[in-house]
Design a protein around this ligand. Sequence first.
Ligand SMILES: [Zn+2]
Ligand SMILES: [Zn+2]
Length: 397
Amino acid sequence: MAPALCAVCKTARALIKRPKNHAKLCKTCFITIFEDEVHHTIISSKLFFPGEKVAIGASGGKDSTVLASVLKTLNERHGYGLDLVLLSIDEGIKGYRDDSLETVKKNAIDYDMPLKVVGYDELYGWTMDQVVETIGKKGNCTYCGVFRRQALDRGAKMLGIKHVVTGHNADDVAETVLMNLLRGDLPRLSRSTSIITGDSRSEVKRSKPLKYSYEKEIVLYAHHKKLLYFTTECIYSPEAFRGSARGLIKQLERVRPSSILDIVRSGEDMARLVPGASSSGCGCKGKEDAPLTAEEEEVGGGCGSSAGRPPGGEMAAMDRQLRENEEAEGLEIDVAKTMASKQEPKRELPIRNSNSKPTTQQVLGNCRLCGYMSSQDICQACTLLEGLNKNRAQIQI
Ligand SMILES: [Zn+2]
Ligand SMILES: [Zn+2]
């Protein structure tokens, strides 16, 4: 049997079965399509302005590494005029963050970007290792997430940067949509679907240019571009509920590859039903939105990029497979050809105003203790720190 030809260029041999729609592509066409789609997201959401200074939240993991690489490529190719900087958070997790920071340092050299590292110890007086020593492994991802969100903002401020991009991918967004759906929390679901988060009061805005990129395609891209990234997962245990949502999404993807994007789009549709809430629709109109709590925001990027992965790590397995199989020919995901047509009918959904959960419009002020933007008197990080410090004081007595 003659080898299949690439569905796009019709000349090169197809080596990649695209996870998103199972199109058979050659390596060059896959890389081009992946980049073009991110470019489309950026342009249609008006994500950047010329001359903007942008910090890339860099964990050394695949998502943020691919984000940095793609942004560098697109910035040069399309003349965005961006001033790109890598911003890394050192949570203080021995054997995990030490090694991944080494990866980021190498990336900084490869991509010729400045790198800024901000540590939890200098910001909060606690490393994550010390936090876990004090509170145990249960629930520590909450601490890590809350701390990281502020740390990225503070790091950006130190650099005089007002825009942080993170490596959240379509799988991460779908996972968050599903979790909030299962919790019955539409307001939060609505906020989590936005490509741009942050508030007019917030000095630093966040966005996720890889919002529509499949995790599997990110791995493939990293592999074929021979990008250097760090694969070991965070040593501390992930949140069980998020892990279940993630497992469910991977199962759905197996029988219906479009599931991930379908969940993201459904989340966007549902977001439009939430009174008072705004959300970007198809990535063609990003809007300012209410700030997210660390819990909903901070998957992906840091330890969250691997947190919640079901045991056995499908992505880790894929990674291993790719490394063993240079041509990626083995990437045959066992899926029936059930691709839905790209034509998505616009759903007109009834709007529930009377019986739906009231949307709480957060009023933003500043934390009494640290001055960080917060809807509460004391911000989440300071609340957690108070508990930790109380614990420490007791131990010392
Ligand atoms: Zn091709
Ligand atoms: Zn505070």
